[in-house]
Unconditional design. Structure first.
Length: 497
């Protein structure tokens, strides 16, 4: 890496007298250090110059615009860099780089979460290098032969087989089979961590914490001793792996190292916003500690939106039965039978109430989807009544979202934004409604006003006091093809008035 001019030693450069260049607009651009006059004991005056110290740049833009001895690298470079065998010091900040040399045999997705959520600033870099399959298979074949020979030799000599060798042989055979089938690919993987600190004591303390955290994950972290400069550059946003310390990994193992899998949403201080549904932990965050404390809340379509109490809703219960009922009564019964949760200051309900409702996908195909929240809240003063050309009606709040078809595209529109002429997708028919709810005749309701005395219902059948299976009829008679056929026979024989 090319060093800035002020870090290069140029013995041929003549010593320049003290000088200060001034920005014509106003203000100093930079100031060179003064040559210091030292008076030794013999009375002779000697001049010393600090050519390797960077001049202090007070206005970088002006320094670049004016004709100065400083180039771009000189302006943006730090004032001093100190490279020790186990740390790098840039200005007043100390850096130390660790590389991971040992990995656990089995991992699960999100296994690097303790490192990603470490309670200190870290620079973490991954480098992934695809490897050609043929060369990997050749190396695997040779390695498998070596391990098989080692195990055979131990058995012939009556020794106990090394468990680690046996485990490595099983892994190698499994990987070989997956590579041949093409279900896995092979990669080389590098993992580096750079720790910043304000002093050496803090740097040593953080290093021990990181090594302990890596050890709890069955990983071996080592310091890049005597190579800290390349370690620092490997974790800088340059995309250059200066250390080149790699580990072989297949596709599945590599996928588990994806760093953005943390489910933790808590910090040491802040405001309690709620409970994380993924792991039941608290969501604590202090947004006012950031430079910009503005907050945006995202939610799924329909979250917190409502329709009127008396609006009928078609749903499936937990047994899969299809029901058509007023949403107000459904919510009240669900809350009564479930676990009531206070969602916010205006809304309460039941989470995951084991209900399904009919929805549309982007291709306007209907499908049943699980209800995430069944909730109620106080109705606003104004409700919007939506009426379609076919006569269907619904009362909704102004914030309730409806899917509309506008300019050949599906869009979401709130109730107060709907206009006359907007197209709302509605199902013409629901094929399985008759399957769950066939039309029936309530025979008891019809016969109770007749001349039959002592009418009673027993075991789902209606009869009089001489109740027998042969002298009774079902209390609910299905209107199906068989029933219509019997009605046809009666009508053809003129037996019904």
């Amino acid at each position: 890496m090319d060093l800035p001019d002020f870090l290069k030693t140029n013995k041929d450069k003549e010593k320049q007298p003290e000088q200060t260049k001034t920005n014509p607009v106003g203000g100093d651009i930079y100031s060179t250090p003064k040559e210091q006059a030292q008076t030794p004991q013999n009375g002779e005056v000697q001049q010393t110059s600090t050519l390797n110290q960077k001049p202090k740049v007070q206005n970088p833009v002006a320094a670049l615009n004016q004709e100065t001895n400083l180039g771009l690298l000189d302006v943006i470079a730090p004032e001093n860099i100190e490279i020790d065998f186990n740390y790098v010091k840039i200005n007043d900040v100390y850096f130390r780089t660790l590389f991971v040399s040992g990995y656990p045999r089995f991992v699960s997705p999100g296994w690097l979460e303790p490192i990603i959520n470490f309670d200190s600033s870290l620079d973490v870099s991954f480098y992934i290098y695809p490897v050609e399959g043929k060369s990997v298979l050749d190396d695997l074949r040779r390695k498998i032969a070596e391990m098989e020979a080692e195990i055979s030799t131990d058995l012939e000599r009556g020794k106990i087989v090394d468990p680690s060798t046996q485990a490595k042989l099983e892994d190698a055979r499994s990987l070989q089979e997956q590579l041949v089938k093409g279900s896995e690919r092979f990669f080389e993987f590098s993992f580096y961590i750079t720790i910043p600190a304000t002093n050496l004591e803090e740097l040593d303390h953080l290093t021990r914490q990181i090594e302990s955290t890596l050890g709890s994950l069955l990983m071996v972290g080592k310091q890049a001793t005597l190579d800290m400069q390349n370690g620092f550059l490997s974790t800088a946003p340059l995309g250059v792996d200066k250390l080149s310390i790699t580990r072989n990994m297949d596709t599945t193992s590599l996928a588990t190292t994806f760093p953005l899998t943390s489910a933790e949403l808590s910090s040491d201080k802040g405001i309690l916003y709620g409970i994380n549904s993924q792991n039941e932990s608290f969501i604590i965050f202090d947004r006012f500690s950031l430079e910009n404390s503005n907050m945006t809340i995202f939610a799924t379509s329909g979250a917190g939106k409502s329709i009127n109490y008396d609006e009928p809703v078609l749903y499936k219960n937990k047994r899969g039965s299809l029901k058509l009922e007023k949403i107000g009564k459904l919510i009240e019964r669900t809350i009564k039978n479930g676990c009531l949760t206070k969602i916010d200051k205006e809304m309460e309900g039941v989470l995951k109430p084991n209900l399904q409702v009919l929805t549309f996908d982007r291709k306007l195909k209907t499908k049943w989807a699980n209800v995430q929240v069944a909730a109620r809240k106080v109705s606003p003063k104004t409700l919007h009544k939506v009426t379609t050309a076919s006569g269907r009606q619904i009362k909704i709040t102004g914030d309730h979202n409806l899917v509309i078809l506008k300019k050949s595209q599906l869009k979401l529109a709130r109730g107060k934004e709907l206009e006359v002429g907007d197209n709302i997708p509605l199902p013409r028919k629901i094929d399985d409604y008759q399957k769950y709810h066939p039309l029936t005749i309530n025979s008891y309701k019809i016969l109770k006003d007749s001349r039959i005395k002592y009418l009673r219902i027993r075991n789902g059948r209606v009869g009089n006091r001489l109740f027998t299976p042969k002298t009774s009829i079902p209390d609910k008679i299905k209107i199906d093809a068989h029933f219509c056929e019997i009605l046809g026979y009666f009508a053809s024989e003129v037996m019904v008035k």
